[in-house]
Write a protein that binds this ligand. Structure first.
Ligand SMILES: Cc1cc2nc3c(=O)[nH]c(=O)nc-3n(C[C@H](O)[C@H](O)[C@H](O)COP(=O)(O)OP(=O)(O)OC[C@H]3O[C@@H](n4cnc5c(N)ncnc54)[C@H](O)[C@@H]3O)c2cc1C
Length: 461
C-alpha cells in the first residue's frame, strides 16, 4: 500500500493525510514478517468488525479485516434480531428475503406468571416493524462477504496476538499475528500488519484491549448465556419467545424456580434455538451449572415441541455477555473499540448484534472524518470524539439498563413484576419499547417521549 498516511505513521514523520481519497484494493496482498499495511486494521470479523469494515471501505479507506476463524463458522448466540438489528442490516444494504433463508418475526411472546402475552413490534418511522432470525454461522459469513464486496481485505486464519506500539507515544501502529492452518493450529508463520488506527472488534475477551491496558470494568452488568438447537415443529415460529420464569420439578415433585431467563427462537431450518441467560446481579451467577439448568427447564416443556436429547442437533455452548459499556475508554492510543470488545450489549435484554453493528457504523463515521483531516493532531481530535459519540447514542439508556439489571437480579422484584406487570398489556407494550430500545427518537407517542427523556436525564456513564 502506498497511501501517504501509512508512510506518515510507520516512518514516524509528519506528512499529508490523503487516504480518504484513495480507493481500496480488491486484492489481498500477502502479510508477512515485513508487514502488510492499511489505513485501518480491524481485528475480528463478527458483526461489529464486518460492519465497521464495510462502512470504512464504502468511505474509500483501505481496510484490513483480520479474523482467526474461517467462514462460515459457528458462534454461540440466540440468533435473534430485533427491529433495531434489522434497521442496521437495512442501513448496511443487506437484503433479507425469506427465500434467502431469513425468517421474519412480528413481535415478542412473553411467558411468565402462568401467562403468555404476544406483543407486536411497535410500528414506528425509525425502525422496521419486524425482526429476523438467522444462525450466526450464516449471518457472520454474509456480513464478512458484504464487507469484502465493498472492498475490505479479509484475512481469515489470522490470530492477532499483540499490538505493535510506537516506542515514543505508546500508540498502537499495527499488530502481530500468527497464521493458522486448516486445523486451527499455528502454522509457524508470524505475520505483521501496520496501520495508524486499529479497531478492536475481537469480542467479549478482547485480548487486544487487554494488552493495551483496557480491562473490563466490574461495576457493569455481565451475563452468561448458554444455548443449543433442537429439531422442532416450532422451527417456523413467527414470534421471538422470551421466558421470564424458568420452572423445574425437584425429586419430591415440587415446582422449583430456577435462576435466569429463557428463550425459544425458531430458526426456520427445522430447528429452534433454545437457551437461557443469567445476570451477575443474580445470587446464582457463577454458582450454578447453566447446562443443567437448561436441561431441567427444557424437560418441563411440552413433549410435542420435541426439545430432548434425541432432537438436539449440537452441544450446549455458552459465552459471556458484556453489558453497559463495561470496557472503556472506547478510544485511546490509536485503538478504538466496537461491539462486545467495548461491552456494548444492552443490559435490558442481552441483545448485542444491533449494538455491535451500530457501534461499527458510528465508529466508521468518526474514522472517515478523522482521515479527511490534514494533520495528525486534527485526526486525533476527531478520533477522541468517539467515546462521546457512543455515550450520546447509548450512555444514558445503558445507565437505565444497569439499574434495571440490578433490580431484576432480585427474584422477589422479578416475581412481583411478572405477577402485576404481565396482565397489563399497555404497560407491557411500553416495557417492550424500553427493553428493545425501540422508542421513536423524534416525536412519537407519550411512551416514546418518556423513554427519550429518561435516557437523556440519566448520566451517560
Ligand atoms: C448464548 C448467547 C446468546 C446470545 N443471543 C443473542 C441474540 O439472540 N441476539 C443478539 O443480538 N445478541 C445475542 N448475543 C450477543 C451477541 O452474540 C454479541 O453481542 C455479538 O456477537 C457481538 O458481536 P461482535 O462482533 O462485537 O463480537 P463477536 O461476535 O464475538 O466477534 C468477534 C470476532 O473476533 C474474532 N477474534 C477474536 N479474537 C481474535 C484474534 N485474537 N484474532 C483474530 N480474530 C479474533 C472472533 O473469531 C470473532 O469472529 C448472545 C450471546 C450469547 C453468548
Amino acid at each position: 500500500m502506498s497511501h501517504s498516511i501509512i508512510a506518515t505513521i510507520t516512518d514516524g514523520t509528519a506528512g499529508t493525510l490523503n487516504a480518504a481519497s484513495a480507493r481500496p484494493s480488491p486484492v489481498a496482498s500477502p502479510g508477512g514478517r515485513h508487514g502488510e499495511s492499511a489505513d485501518v486494521i480491524i481485528v475480528g470479523a463478527g458483526p461489529s468488525g464486518s460492519a465497521t469494515a464495510a462502512y470504512l471501505a464504502m468511505a474509500g479507506l483501505d481496510v484490513l479485516l483480520l479474523e482467526k476463524a474461517v467462514f462460515p463458522r459457528e458462534k454461540v448466540c440466540g440468533d435473534g434480531l430485533t427491529p433495531r438489528a434489522v434497521r442496521e442490516l437495512i442501513t448496511l444494504g443487506i437484503h433479507t428475503p425469506a427465500e434467502d433463508g431469513w425468517i421474519k418475526n412480528h413481535g415478542l411472546r412473553i411467558v411468565g406468571g402462568g401467562m403468555r402475552l404476544e406483543l407486536k413490534w411497535p410500528d414506528l418511522a425509525s425502525f422496521p416493524p419486524y425482526g429476523l432470525v438467522r444462525t450466526r454461522k450464516d449471518f457472520d459469513d454474509i456480513l464478512a462477504k458484504h464487507a469484502v464486496w465493498h472492498g475490505a481485505r479479509l484475512r481469515e486464519s489470522t490470530n492477532v496476538t499483540d499490538p505493535i506500539l510506537d516506542e515514543r507515544t505508546g500508540a498502537i501502529i499495527g499488530v502481530r499475528a500468527k497464521a493458522l492452518g486448516p486445523d486451527g493450529r499455528p502454522t509457524g508463520e508470524d505475520l505483521v500488519f501496520r496501520a495508524p488506527l486499529v479497531v478492536a472488534a475481537d469480542g467479549n475477551s478482547s485480548r487486544l484491549s487487554m494488552s493495551m491496558s483496557r480491562p473490563k470494568r466490574d461495576d457493569r452488568p455481565m451475563g452468561v448465556a448458554v444455548r443449543t438447537y433442537y429439531t422442532s415443529p416450532r422451527h417456523d415460529d413467527d414470534y421471538l419467545e422470551s421466558w421470564l420464569e424458568l420452572w423445574s420439578k425437584n425429586d419430591a415433585g415440587n415446582r422449583v424456580l430456577l435462576p435466569g431467563y429463557g428463550w425459544i427462537f425458531g430458526v426456520g431450518d427445522g430447528t429452534s434455538n433454545v437457551g437461557l441467560g443469567i445476570l451477575n446481579t443474580s445470587a446464582a451467577f457463577g454458582k450454578v451449572d447453566y447446562k443443567d439448568i437448561l436441561s431441567r427447564w427444557v424437560d418441563t416443556l411440552p413433549a410435542q415441541w420435541t426439545f430432548n436429547e434425541e432432537t438436539m442437533t449440537g452441544p450446549v455452548r455458552g459465552a459471556a455477555l458484556p453489558m453497559g459499556f463495561n470496557r472503556q475508554p472506547h478510544y485511546g492510543r490509536g485503538l478504538l473499540l466496537v461491539g462486545d470488545a467495548g461491552g456494548m450489549v444492552n443490559p435490558f435484554n442481552g441483545e448485542g448484534i444491533a449494538y455491535a453493528m451500530e457501534s461499527g457504523r458510528l465508529a466508521a463515521e468518526v474514522i472517515a472524518q478523522a482521515f479527511a483531516r490534514q494533520s495528525d493532531a486534527g485526526r486525533e481530535k476527531v478520533l477522541q470524539s468517539y467515546p462521546r459519540v457512543m455515550k450520546d447514542a447509548l450512555g444514558g439508556y445503558y445507565t437505565l439498563g444497569r439499574g434495571f439489571a440490578k433490580m431484576i437480579g432480585n427474584p422477589e422484584v422479578m416475581r412481583l413484576a411478572v405477577k402485576y406487570g404481565l396482565p397489563h398489556t399497555t404497560m407491557m407494550r411500553f416495557l417492550l419499547k424500553i427493553m428493545a430500545n425501540l422508542a421513536e427518537p423524534h416525536g412519537g407517542d407519550a411512551g416514546d417521549r418518556l423513554i427519550n427523556a429518561l435516557s437523556k436525564m440519566a448520566p451517560a456513564a
